[in-house]
Each structure stands twice: as structure tokens, then as C-alpha cells.
Design a protein around this ligand. Structure first.
Ligand code: NAP
Length: 245
């Protein structure tokens, strides 16, 4: 149990729930955040056990390098990466998508996860003298459903994460690294404030087979399970945590 875990976008929502649970399982946790310094530092203090809060935009290579170097210095080499930082945008149809929106959507959701995984592999891979590790990517059930009429761009970005998960798992499996993804359905977090549709969570949640939206903690438990030895023979899996959707 334990090790060093980086949770990107850990200042709130699923990331914060993951950081909290990870600390109870013995991890030294790095809570990465972009803007919410107070929230991230409060969380690191609350969970204790050597947790640190480190600023950095995952879509910025310099920030990602600084994030991993800070963790090397303060906690030791990362053994678990949770690629959680992610964004949506206002619900819209494809006709309204702009290059600026597409750029941001893919820069954070896709490039950010690639850059963080790259730095993690450099440290975890036995090929580079590491001791192995685990990577858990946050995809979305939208990758399967497509996000029609709302955000096909977000869904496509998460589709890229699914493919990345499958490919990277094969690339680094014999170097001691397991790579899996979780695909949450509708989870009650602040991400939905950016969709411009305040009733969305309850409406879509009620229509799910389990009849309600999920909680961040329900996703965090699956992330921690994928990070643990309990899932030691799983790699390249896309695990739906979607209330049956
Ligand atoms: P959230 O409450 O909005 O939290 C997202 C976190 O990511 C925040 O801490 C945010 O901090 C951070 N973040 C955003 N852009 C970042 C960047 N460029 N660099 C570093 N941090 C960044 O979202 P959530 O609902 O917990 O979602 C977490 C993950 O689950 C995302 O990947 C999301 O796509 C996925 N997911 C969520 C749901 C859902 O229904 N909630 C469903 C499917 C998938 P700042 O505000 O400071 O940037």
C-alpha cells in the first residue's frame, strides 16, 4: 500500500475525493491545481500525511516539468498518477465550435494527460531504472455516448483518452506500469457549472438506470482500486462508473 500519488486537478470534485481517499490508504499525495491555491493548500493540510499542493496547468509543458520535479524533490519519485484535470465548455452544437474552444478542449483534456503520463513513465518505467507504477486516466462515459447536441468535442477528447489508455498500457506493460481509465457518468461536481445548463446533473442523473447522479467519492473508490494491487492483472481497461448508462 502507499507510494507517491499525483492527482492532477485535485483542488475539488473527483480529484479532491481521490486525494482524500489516497491519503487514508497510505499514499503521500501531491494535489495539483491550476487556479484554486487556497482550496488545494487547505486540502493538503486537511489530509496531512506529507501531502503537498503544487500549482501547474497540465496543458503547459513547463508547468508539468516543474510539477514532477517538485514531487521528486519533496515526496520522491511518483508511483501513481491520476490524470484527472479536465474541462468542459458551454453545451452547444458542432456549428458553434471555434478553433479557440477546440484548442483548449484538447490541450487540457488530451495533451495534459499525455504530458503528465510522459513524465510519469520516465520515472516509473523499469526501462529507465524505475520501480514500476500505475496510471489512471479520467475518461468519460461521453467517449461512448458521443455528447450529441452538447459537446461532441469533449466526448471526442475523452475518446482520445480511451485510445491512449489502451495503447500506453500495451507500450509499458512489460516495464512494470499498469494503465487504466475510468469513465464516469454524470457525477455531482462543479464541472457542470461550465455547461450553462443548471438542471443537467439532476435531469441526466434521474434518467440513468441507477436513477441518480453519482458522487465524487464513488468514482474515487474505483480510481484507488485501479491504483492498488487489488487490480494487479488489469491494464488497458476502460472501467465505466456511470450508474448503468
Ligand atoms: P471539476 O470539479 O471541475 O474539477 C476539475 C479540476 O481540474 C479542478 O480542480 C480544476 O482546477 C482542474 N483543472 C482544470 N483545468 C486544469 C489544468 N489545465 N491544469 C490543472 N488543473 C486543471 O471536475 P470533476 O467533475 O471533478 O472532473 C474531474 C475529471 O473527471 C475530469 O477529467 C472530467 O472530464 C471527468 N469527468 C467528470 C464527470 C462529471 O460528471 N463530473 C463525468 C465524466 C468525466 P481549476 O479550476 O483551478 O482549473
Amino acid at each position: 500500500m502507499g507510494g507517491v500519488m499525483i492527482v492532477t486537478g485535485g483542488s475539488r470534485g473527483i480529484g479532491a475525493a481521490t486525494a482524500r481517499l489516497a491519503a487514508t490508504r497510505g499514499y503521500a499525495v501531491c494535489v495539483n491545481y491550476r487556479r484554486e491555491r487556497d482550496a488545494a493548500e487547505r486540502l493538503a493540510k486537511e489530509i496531512g500525511a506529507g501531502a503537498i499542493a503544487v500549482a501547474g496547468d497540465v496543458s503547459d509543458e513547463g508547468d508539468v516539468l516543474r510539477l514532477f520535479e517538485t514531487v521528486d524533490r519533496e515526496l520522491g519519485p511518483v508511483s501513481a498518477l491520476v490524470n484527472n484535470a479536465g474541462i468542459v465548455d458551454l453545451g452547444t452544437r458542432v456549428e458553434a465550435l471555434t478553433p479557440a474552444r477546440l484548442q483548449r478542449m484538447f490541450a487540457v483534456n488530451v495533451f495534459g494527460s499525455f504530458l503528465c503520463a510522459r513524465e510519469a513513465v520516465k520515472r516509473m518505467s523499469r526501462r529507465h531504472g524505475g520501480k514500476g507504477g500505475v496510471i489512471v486516466n479520467l475518461s468519460s462515459i461521453a467517449a461512448k455516448l458521443g455528447g450529441p447536441g452538447e459537446y461532441v468535442d469533449y466526448a471526442a477528447a475523452k475518446g482520445a483518452i480511451d485510445t491512449f489508455t489502451v495503447g500506453l498500457a500495451k507500450e509499458v506493460g512489460d516495464e512494470g506500469i499498469r494503465v487504466n481509465a475510468v469513465r464516469p457518468g454524470i457525477i455531482r461536481t462543479e464541472i457542470h457549472l461550465s455547461s450553462g445548463d443548471p438542471g443537467r446533473v439532476e435531469r441526466i442523473g434521474a434518467a440513468a438506470p441507477l436513477g441518480r447522479p453519482g458522487k465524487a467519492e464513488e468514482v474515487a473508490r474505483v480510481i484507488l482500486w485501479l491504483a492498488s494491487e487489488e487490480s494487479s492483472y488489469m491494464s488497458g481497461a476502460l472501467v465505466d462508473v456511470s450508474g448503468g448508462r
